[in-house]
Ligand binder design. Structure first.
Ligand code: ZN
Length: 93
């Protein structure tokens, strides 16, 4: 998914749990593993390892924390892989 568009209570709890599990360190790591506590709140993101668009779920095993920079770069790559030349995410629904 692009951005963090869900704001339900359950998602906030999940997000916090993943941040704490991963120690507030970016798990994608292209940034060298930035300390997310040094970033503004909106740049502390939770990444779906298997994208929602590809059938990924919100289960803990499919989630990891990432900084905004890595997450955005990854989504760009993932999106190219999943969609080929089409500049949109495939809607799994
Ligand atoms: Zn990062």
């Amino acid at each position: 998914m692009i951005g963090d568009t869900r704001h339900s209570y359950a998602w906030k709890q999940t997000r916090l749990r993943i941040l704490e599990r991963d120690g507030y360190v970016c798990q994608i790591g292209w940034c060298g593993g930035v300390d997310l506590l040094s970033l503004p709140e909106r740049e502390r993101q939770v990444d779906h390892i298997v994208p929602v668009a590809a059938g990924g779920t919100d289960d803990d095993w499919n989630l990891r924390v990432a900084c905004a920079k890595c997450n955005t770069s990854r989504q760009d790559r993932e999106f190219a892989r999943v969609s080929g030349t089409n500049p949109r995410w495939i809607n799994a629904a």
